[in-house]
Design a protein around this ligand. Sequence first.
Ligand code: NAD
Ligand code: UD1
Length: 334
Amino acid sequence: MKLLLTGGMGYIGSHVAVTMAKSGHEVILFDNLVNSSSDTIKKLNKILDKDVYFYKGDLNNPNDIKSIFEKFKIDAVFHFAGYKSVKESVINPIEYYSNNMIGTINLINEMYKKNVKLLVFSSSATVYGDPKYLPIDEKHPTIPKNPYGRIKLQIEDMLDDIYSSDNNWRIACLRYFNPVGSHDSGLIGDNPTGLANNLMPIITKVASKKLKKLSVFGNDYPTVDGTGVRDYIHVMDLAEGHKMSFNYLLKNKGCFKFNLGTGKGYSVLDLLKSFIKMNHCDVPYDFTFRREGDVSECYADPNKAFEFLGWRSLRGLDEMSESAWKFLHHNEKD
Ligand code: NAD
Ligand code: UD1
C-alpha cells in the first residue's frame, strides 16, 4: 500500500519508514525539514537499497498537502510532523498550536477530501500528566500539564469526534513513552537540529565531548536511587508497534488509543550505567536541582497493545544504549 509519512524525515518517522518499507509498502515522506536533515533520504535509500520518495512541504501550507495527495493515490497516513519540545511549547504556545494543531487539521481536511480514512497518529504519554497510579494504562486520567501535551490530547479528542461522525475511519493514537536508540545500521537516529533536551541525546553528546557534562536533574526523588524513572523504549520496537497498529486498523474501524512502552521503569543512573558499560566511555555528570514540571516516575502498562495488536517491546536497555552510541559514531564519520 502507499503510505504517507508526515514528518517522515524525523527521528521516529524515519525508523517507521524503514519498518513499513521492509514490510513491502511504498513510503512517501513529507517534511519541511524544520527539525531534520535532507541527508536522511540518502541514508534511507542505503538501508532500503531503493529510492524513497521525499517531498519537501509544510503542513501549514494546504497547497503542499494537496499536491502530495494529487501526485500519489495515498492509502493511509502516519502523522509524525510537529514540534516536540515541552519547554518551547510553554514559551511559545501560539507557534505550537499553529504548527501542531492547524497542521493536523489541514492534513485531515485533505484526507477527508480524498477519502483516505486510515490514520496512525503520534501521541505521547504526556497526555496523562502527573501519574495518579503506576503503571499507567490507557484508562488513566488525561490531565496534560503543558501546551504540547494539551495539543496532543485535543488532537486525540478531535479524532474521536471525527470517528463518531463517520464510522468508516480507522485511527490509532499511539502514546509513546520515552523513545531512544537507533536503527541497527547506525545510519539514522535521534538527531535534533537545535539544542537537545532529552536525556539520551544529551548523554551521547557528553560521551562524544560535545558537551562537558550531564546534569542529572534531582537525586532526591522517592525512587530506587533518587533519580527520575522513565519507560525508555527502543525506537525499532516503537516502529514495530506502528506496523502492528497499521495491520490492526486494516481489520478494524474505530479510534483507538494505545500505550507504546516497555512497562519497565529505569532511573537516570540506570540508563547512564548501561550506556557506560555498553560503550566503554566516560560520561561525566553531576546532580543539580529537579527540572520544573518533571515527575518522579512514569512507566506504561503496555498490556492493551499486546492484547489488541499482539505487540510488545523486545529490546532491553543495553541495546538502546549501544545503538544510540552507534548512531552518533556514524554521524561523526560522515
Ligand atoms: P522529530 O522532530 O525528529 O520529527 C518531526 C518531523 O516533523 C521533523 O522532521 C520536522 O522537520 C517535521 N515537521 C515539523 N513541523 C512540520 C510541518 N509543519 N510540516 C512538515 N513537517 C514538519 O520528532 P520525533 O521524535 O520523530 O517525533 C515524531 C512525533 O512523535 C511528534 O509528533 C512528537 O510530538 C511525537 N512524540 C515524540 C516523542 C519523542 O520522545 N521523540 C515522544 C512522544 C511523542
Ligand atoms: C520529556 C517530556 C515529555 C516527552 C518526552 C519524550 C518534559 C517535562 N517532558 O519527558 O513530554 O514526551 O520528553 O520526548 O519535558 N534528565 C536529566 N538531565 C537531562 C535531561 C533529562 O537528569 O539533561 C532526566 C529527567 O529529569 C527525567 C529523565 O532524564 O527524569 C528523562 O528526561 P527526558 O528525556 O527529558 O524525558 P521526559 O522528562 O520523560
